[in-house]
Design a protein around this ligand. Sequence first.
Ligand SMILES: *Cc1c(COP(=O)(O)O)cnc(C)c1O
Length: 412
Amino acid sequence: MSDPVWRPYCQMKTAAPPVLISGAEGFELITADGRRLLDGMASWWSVCHGYGHPHIIEAVSRQLRQMPHVMFGGITHEPAERLAARLVERLPGDLNHVFFADSGSVAIEVAMKMASGYWRRHGQSDRTRFLAFDHAYHGDTTGAMSLCDPDRSMHARYGNAILKQVHCPLPRDEETTCVFIETIQQHHHELAAVCIEPLVQGAGGMRFHCPKTLRRIRDACDQFDLLMIADEIATGFGRTGTMFAIDATDVVPDIMCLGKALTAGTMTMAVTVAGDRVFDAFWSDEAADALMHGPTFMANPLACAAANASLDLFETEPRVAQASAMEAQLRRGLAPCRDLPGVVDVRCRGAIGVVQVEAIPDVERLRKRFVDLGVWLRPFGDCIYTTPPLNLPDERIKQLCEAIVRAIETGI
Ligand SMILES: *Cc1c(COP(=O)(O)O)cnc(C)c1O
């Protein structure tokens, strides 16, 4: 009866048992009873080259034999130095300073510490709050949670344990831009930064916005002297059809967070990358001005080796072009959903396909239905969505889309 594992986002009393997976190969998860499920999730956006890519296995195996881990305080190693240099080279503007974090949520915590530390160094120690947007999702640790949409996330369950931040609608048009600017004007004396998931808001509802919105945010940050944090933990590494979502714009954030696909789904690691202005605020003759953060497993060499190997693949294989081309495939494949009852919207961007429905009455039943159809999808809220490996071949994209169409057709 008693289950020793406490599972994520899960009512332990009523949830169906999880699917036991014993292997993962290419684009498929292999269940313990020998079935193969086409993975439409890429393990929460992370497995960007599919499972078991030989180049990544080789790089991580070599690193495992050489040195699986050393502490990062006062010590460094080639995989970390090389990875930081390569990320800086690929990122826009003056995002030149890579801080290694253990997970996406921690990368957000570090970004928050950088931003409030920046203002403290500039003699404005009251500027400790953050402006984030409706439908935002920035992670599950308490600081990161405070940035999530308070009405549509898990805030309510934690009450006063969660910091109070400032939230408003995304500046999509004239009206919402006015609300956004008024919100800044009202709180500007206490705000450290504005935090945004560029182009695609993920776990808060799979909603898209356009480059103009990012431009408006950057302009307002400049006008009111606020820092801009871009959370590219989900969108980074090709997912939206460019290497980083921000690459589709001329906007350069002051701080950027990367995670999820950073190690191609091999192991946990994230980074917080600061622009010169933020980094310079901590540059001083006083030890006390340093950024005080340093997780035990910071810059784990195995994770760095996986990330370097993944970057190799982005260089040697047309991965970003594949993600970009997938948009048309997903659009075509999911188009029949538009005419089905209960479907509110179908939207695709890069390697992200979303079917928003009026309601999913029984999410667990729907997940099971997908397993029966031979695919792994994990709908949530009112969204059935797919974020497959970026190199998923056309016929497998078709198979995924057909499973979604079929499930909706036969009544979710
Ligand atoms: C997943 C995610 C996070 C949190 O990353 P974890 O590695 O799960 O802690 C933060 N922001 C965005 C946009 C994400 O998609």
